[in-house]
Design a protein around this ligand. Structure first.
Ligand SMILES: [Zn+2]
Length: 101
């Protein structure tokens, strides 16, 4: 179980080159940090319409992205595209992200 989880995190790490999908910060594999690498589900449960619409195309690990702990908890149940444009908007305006150092 643990091993499987680590393997898929490892795959995501490689695909995203160790950076958060949303804020592009360099992540750490150390646990318990705000920049700890986590897996984030693109289509969170609860967003039924989007889920049904996109699910056939995003089977398996493609429905996951690498995200820092901070973005992951900040996003909560926000739809993927809303959250991504929120983060990108803040970054492009040079605004700090919540919980930023
Ligand atoms: Zn992030």
């Amino acid at each position: 179980m643990t091993r499987k989880r680590n393997n898929s995190l490892e795959k995501l790490w490689k695909r995203h080159k160790g950076k958060c999908h949303y804020c592009k910060r360099r992540l750490t594999k150390e646990l318990g940090r705000s920049l700890t690498a986590t897996k984030d589900h693109i289509y969170a449960a609860g967003n039924d319409f989007v889920h049904r619409l996109f699910r056939p195309k995003i089977k398996g690990s493609k429905s996951l992205v690498l995200a820092c702990q901070r973005c992951n908890s900040w996003r909560g149940n926000m739809p993927y595209h809303d959250f991504k444009s929120l983060v990108e908007g803040k970054l492009s305006r040079g605004e700090r992200l919540p919980g930023g150092e």
